[in-house]
Design a protein around this ligand. Structure first.
Ligand code: NAD
Ligand code: LMR
Length: 332
């Protein structure tokens, strides 16, 4: 019997990531080739014409899995009955703006969208925040949607995770699909810590450690980390726009693995509510290694953290604590 359609909200749907993401969802990349979807697209009034253009293109593409499109600037209509919410909409930093100005705009957006989701989304709606500052936007959303379980509110660091896999694969000249278990710790910002200490590559004679295969600690502890941390900025420099296709694809990976599960022996990175694991302060949205099963994620426990890693984890946790304090000063 055919499955009931899942309702998937994409906010900021008329933007760059939205334009790359919605066809992926409509093709089954996010929820599977047997899962029909109804897309809910939200944007703001200045973008309404572009939003309607996206809706027209979705109809024109005749996706077999797409059972309906709700394109709206009304946040209540957008949130009603949604099972998955991908929050891409937000206010970008403009010339001359201070960090606090951007934070203040996004805090008020995420506060009001949190209330709409809490009141109108389907029970057990899973939320992925993509818009920057992603971890702190997700934290604000959590604070203002207290009846949504905290386990259901996450942010995107899978793009950073995929970037780390890509860098290892390029360096070793191996298939990216043979590399696994890198970790992104912390913030989706340049303070994040891409960690390869537990990562492996599949070889004909079994899984081998990335650190042993690369055999260049200076590169792994230096250029590799900096490249992943700075990749977003490098894409902006090259394209004059921030990453969109890789962000959209990684958002699909995040939700797909969360809903359908991670493969045996493999973990992924997700920004999730910290319970104090690895001595990360509880109450931050922090990127951890997680495994997913039956629609739930679980932080991978018991990984060894050396002194170098400890410092990096603490630095990114400090930045998130500062962002949290700043965000709270913007709440009104
Ligand atoms: P964009 O400017 O092209 O699109 C953003 C869209 O959001 C616009 O259409 C805008 O009208 C809309 N919007 C603004 N306020 C809104 C609101 N209150 N409600 C609904 N929609 C609203 O930007 P983009 O390139 O698509 O990027 C979107 C966000 O994702 C940015 O914050 C970007 O920094 C972030 N990003 C995050 C990651 C990640 O890995 N977490 C990666 C890339 C980009
Ligand atoms: C990215 O990682 O590509 C983006 O978060 C960069 C940005 O600032 O939008």
């Amino acid at each position: 019997m055919a499955k009931e359609p899942a309702r998937v909200l994409v906010t900021g749907a008329a933007g760059q990531i939205g334009y790359a993401l919605v066809p992926m969802i409509a093709r089954g990349v996010m929820l599977g080739a047997d899962q029909p979807v109804i897309l809910h697209l939200l944007d703001i009034p200045p973008a309404v014409e572009a939003l309607n253009g996206v809706k027209m293109e979705l109809i024109d593409a005749a996706f077999p899995l797409l059972k309906g499109v709700v394109a709206t600037t009304d946040v209540v209509e957008a949130c009603t009955g949604v099972n998955i919410a991908v929050m891409v909409g937000g206010f970008p930093r403009k010339e001359g703006m201070e960090r606090k100005d951007v934070m203040s705009k996004n805090v008020s957006i995420y506060k009001s969208q949190a209330s709409a989701l809490e009141k109108h989304a389907a029970a057990n709606c899973k939320v992925l925040v993509v818009a920057n500052p992603a971890n702190t936007n997700a934290l604000i959303l959590k604070e203002f949607a207290p009846s949504i379980p905290e386990k259901n509110i996450t942010c995107l660091t899978r793009l950073d995770h995929n970037r780390a896999l890509g860098q290892v694969s390029e360096r070793l000249n191996v298939q990216v699909s043979d590399v696994k278990n890198v970790i992104i710790w912390g913030n989706h910002s340049s303070s994040q810590y891409p960690d390869v200490n537990h990562a492996t590559v599949k070889t004909p004679s079994g899984d081998k450690s990335v650190r042993e295969l690369v055999a260049d600690d200076a590169w792994l502890n230096g250029e590799f980390i900096a490249t992943v941390q700075q990749r977003g900025a490098a894409i902006i420099k090259a394209r004059k726009f921030s990453s969109a296709l890789s962000a959209a694809s990684s958002a699909c990976d995040h939700i797909r693995d969360w809903v359908l599960g991670t493969p045996e022996g493999t973990w992924v990175s997700m920004g999730v509510y910290s319970d104090g694991s690895y001595n990360v302060p509880a109450g931050l949205i922090f990127s951890f290694p997680v495994t997913c099963c039956n629609g739930d994620w679980k932080i991978v426990q018991g990984l060894s953290i050396d002194e170098f890693s400890r410092k990096k984890l603490d630095a990114t946790a400090d930045e998130l604590t500062e962002e949290k304090t700043l965000a709270y000063t913007c709440i009104n």
